[in-house]
Ligand binder design. Structure first.
Ligand SMILES: [Zn+2]
Length: 62
């Protein structure tokens, strides 16, 4: 049962700009906290395998 064009996955997943110049979905992303105290995502680029990092957006409001 394979369906093509499934854009809306159960979980969008974090995305970030990789050094390869493409906006990719961070592979093996996990929540991390920066030394600054800001929340972020840490993972790898599925395209080139380079380590990726993205800043998590703050909750609405505040
Ligand atoms: Zn990449």
């Amino acid at each position: 049962m394979t369906e093509e064009g499934i854009e809306e996955a159960q979980e969008p997943g974090p995305k970030g700009w990789c050094v390869c110049g493409q906006k990719v979905a961070i592979s093996d992303a996990r929540e991390v906290t920066l030394p600054n105290g800001r929340p972020g995502w840490e993972g790898y680029c599925p395209e080139c395998g380079s380590p990726l990092f993205a800043i998590r957006r703050k909750a609405a409001g505040g």
